[in-house]
Structure formats: C-alpha cells, structure tokens
Design a protein around this ligand. Structure first.
Ligand code: CP
Length: 306
C-alpha cells in the first residue's frame, strides 16, 4: 500500500495489522524513519489531526515540512497537484493532506511516487480518524463482533461517520445512526437517542458541521432532543463508552460534564491517534519501498506487471 485515501481500500487483515502496530507503538516500540521527510499540507482547519501527525512524524525521527495554507503558493493560484509535486520534488516521502474536495486525492496519488494520506477530504472520508477510533474500540472490547455502535449527529456531512460505518460493519460490528431528519443519509438503521443509549456499547457523537450547511442550522434544544444529556447517559449499558472525534461543542451535542466522565474515551482517542498515525506512516513507507522495488524490477524486465 503506497497511499491511504479511503477505508474501503483496507481489508480486515490490513486493519488488524495496523491495530497490532499501533499497540506496539503505544508500548514504546518505535521504529526509526530517520532520513525521511514528511510534509503536512492542511488547507482546512485542524488541531488534532495536524498536530498528531506532527508528533507521530517527530517520534519516528522524520524531518517535517509543515505548510501553512495562508502562506502557501496555493493562494497565488498554484493547483493542489502542483503543490504536491513540488513537495515531492523537494524530497517529501509522505504527504498528509486535508482539503475540501471529496475524492480529489485519488488522481493526485496516482501521479506521485510519494505516499499520500487523506487527512479529511470535505464530506468524503477521514480514514486516519476511523483507524484511531477502531483502535480505541478494540482496546476497550478486544473484538468488533457483537459490538453495537451508534453514530449520532450530523451524519450527512460527516466524513468520520462514512469511514467508520464502512469499516465497523466490515469488521463485524453492528452500526446504527441517530440524527435529525435533515442530516440523515438514505441508507442505514436510525434510532432515537433514547434507543441508542439503551442498546449501544459505543455512543459516538459528532459535531454539527455548520460550515458545510447550505441553510441555517436549527440549534434550539438540540441537546435535549438529539444529544447526549446526563439523564440519557445514565441509561447507558454497563461498560458502554462515549466517543467523539472532536472538536467537541460542549453543551450542544453532549453535556459538558460528560466530556471527561468515566465512560468518555474522547481524550484517549486523541492519544491513540498519535500511535495509529505512526503505524500508518510506517506501513506506507514499507509499502512504498515494495512498490518502488516492483517498479524497478519491471523497468529491468524482471517482472511482467506492477
Ligand atoms: N477529529 C479531527 O479531525 O479533528 P481536527 O479537525 O482538529 O483535526
């Protein structure tokens, strides 16, 4: 694997390999990627993803090129493709990119030798968030089989919901959703928040993505009607956990007191994100060496296909 663009490119075997690598990273078994370069290009706002990639890359002893959108030549009309090719020409081995156009990285990745990581493409996908969420669930329950996950909130505009629903079902979990009518996707089983808390092992809340809404967002009494209140949290099953990719809007989708309650894994998700991103980078660097080896073999006429 050279790039990580979507969860649907990962088999269960590949996901379990990443979970295992993350576990080893979390125990402090860090490989060294000294002498390699990572470039982080974030054209939409980010705190967690951007900074956890930075920490992950530094822990792997990589050199890091951190590109600020406001200071980049994209503002002067350079295309994203030309910016990526530029960073590759400067020596970047791995490029982590957040940008707003769904699916835009596929074409770019096919035209570069550097590894491309999708750090969120508009309403498309957020595979590294999904993988750290999977790790957090696996760390808690040791399995995905028979685990019921409710993803609640702004499903329609959430790349996290899309990536997680796909991967969790592939791994054997049951996924259901809870959302106001306006933010539902046409597929999927929808339940009320009352039903969600009573049946779920994981209640995964989502932020309302106002920046992606065409019409004004109805926020009045959202918490009471659709969110996780303290009263609802008191009905959760023994051992059930609360997750949220963050940023959290306290008092909107979740009562502020629940963000750091004993059921919450929200900050543990962020901590796990560093180790999962280390595992992803290590895996892509191994994959890139293999792809390069195959390409060189083909160029020398030693194998028929790449
Ligand atoms: N969860 C997540 O993607 O957070 P950021 O937008 O802060 O990166």
């Amino acid at each position: 694997m050279k790039d990580l663009l979507s969860m649907n490119q990962l088999t269960n075997e590949m996901i379990y390999d990443l979970l295992d690598k993350t576990h080893r990273m979390k125990k402090g078994e860090f490989p060294s990627l000294k002498g390699t370069f990572a470039a982080n290009l974030f054209l939409e706002p980010s705190t967690r993803t951007k900074q956890s990639f930075y920490v992950a890359e530094k822990r792997l002893q990589m050199e890091v090129l951190d590109i600020e959108a406001e200071q980049s030549s994209i503002l002067k009309g350079e295309t994203l493709y030309d910016s990526v090719r530029t960073l590759e020409a400067l020596g970047a081995d791995v490029l982590t990119i957040r940008q707003s156009e769904r699916g835009a990285l596929k074409e770019i990745a096919s035209r570069t030798k550097a590894s491309i990581i999708n750090a969120g493409d508009g309403t498309g996908e957020h595979p590294t968030q999904s993988l750290l969420d999977l790790y957090t669930i696996y760390e808690e329950f040791g399995t995905f089989e028979n685990i019921i996950v409710t993803i609640a909130g702004d499903i329609k505009h959430s790349r996290v919901a899309r990536s997680n629903a796909y991967a969790l079902e592939q791994l054997g979990a049951t996924v259901q959703f809870s959302a106001p009518d306006a933010w539902r996707e046409k597929d999927g089983t929808y339940v009320t928040m009352q039903e969600a808390v009573e049946t779920s092992d994981v209640v995964m809340l989502l932020r309302i993505q106002k920046e992606r809404h065409q019409n004004q967002t109805p926020m009045d009494s959202y918490l009471e009607t659709y969110g996780l209140t303290k009263q609802r949290a008191s009905l959760m099953k023994p051992g059930a956990i609360i997750m949220h990719p963050a940023p959290v809007n306290r008092g909107v989708e979740i009562d502020s007191d629940l963000v750091e309650c004993s059921r919450s894994r929200i900050f543990e998700q962020m901590n796990n994100g560093v180790y999962m991103r280390m595992a992803i980078i290590q895996t892509l660097m191994e994959g890139k060496h293999y792809e390069n080896h195959k390409r060189i073999q083909m160029e020398r006429g030693l194998c028929a296909t790449v």
